[in-house]
Write a protein that binds this ligand. Sequence first.
Ligand code: FCB
Length: 453
Amino acid sequence: MVTRRDFPGDFSWGTATASYQVEGATSEDGRGPSIWDAFAREPGTIADGSTGDVADDHYHRYREDVELMAGLGVNAYRFSIAWPRIQADGGGPANPAGIGFYRRLAEALLERGITPFATLYHWDLPLALEEQGGWLSRDTAERFGEYAGLVAAELGDLITHWITLNEPWCSSFLGYAAGSHAPGKQLGAQAAHAAHHLLVGQGHAVAAIRAERPQAAVGVTLNLSSVRAATGSDADQDAARRVDGLQNRFFLEPVLAGRYPADVLDDLGEHDWFAAQPPGDAAIIAAPLDFLGVNYYYRQVVAAGPAGQQHREFPGSEDVRVLDTGAERTQMGWPIAPDGLVDVLEQAHRYQPSLALYVTENGAAYPDVLADGLVADEPRRRYLEQHIGACADALGKGLPLRGYFVWTLTDNFEWAFGYSRRFGLIYVDYVTQRRTVKDSGRWLTSLLSGGTP
Ligand code: FCB
């Protein structure tokens, strides 16, 4: 059984959220529209037809949420800053009201001994920038660097841990290839251009934060999945190489080793475009980091096609098959594989063995029911226990793992699933905004207090 004593005393224990998923108040205090405001309004994009207009009303209830975190016993909180609160149309000076909100949040956290980890981009691009090409335009990368510098200048006295991007794979391949996320485009392999500009933007952001705040700890968060071939056949091995390539190596390698994997550029058919990019890009993207954030949810067991269903999120490899191996799944349909967390941490670690690692997201959706003031979510508790156990295993193997953040604090707007998927340690009644700590949250508290969970 895993206990807090299996971890170093200075280990970061946190929860993670993202601005559009929790804040609401989408048109208050000078916040401009984001691509998610626009996308959620298009018919058929969000499973329950909802938007993030109100979400958890965290913008007004952040003090209550910080108290809930303190009650959980965590010592870190990963949240994201909404770019359109800082620059309504993606440029110009910082909006004092937007900065003010994040200052108050950071102060409230620090008062409770909770270290803020701020993500600068968790998918809510200012809509004005999308209208100028979004991440398909190189200019967006430059703008992102400017925005990062502004925020570090304004908030860097309070916030010392920065994450530039959250999951650029989702922003590029779900946003521009699958079309299931904002901005909802289906452009096939051109999505890789968006990925490149996101990565150039992340490099500019690292440089801009360091210029303002030389002492800051800066990292980027990638969503890695554990990929295995269904069989040892050449065809299935090739399918696994492709999925691992697009999902993991296409981001790990440029950031940590300064080059794109040539086999993935082949799969995408994008060698020429990449060869035509400015030669300095590789060094910008590979700007040295203080840590890597890893979001881990599942393992994919893959086989050669043809797939019954086309995987648009893997351009050039759409016909790979992702198999149902019979593994237990969460409500998202994601197969549970705690040892896969060790796999992906080891994979990242091989590129830069001295780089600190954080699990910046991990968690599970289940159809929770609030009854008599309680939420009995044993499957989530077990999921968390198994994955925290995997973190202990990673430490046992000598990996430099420094923290673990549960996705998520409060049930919230789960992107294309709207409010139909609950990931929180805390249940939210969306009518009354009443929060109720679930059994999994109570379990985390007892784990963190050092007692027997
Ligand atoms: C991740 C996202 C996060 C949340 C979880 C379930 O991909 O970063 O915002 O939606 O999935």
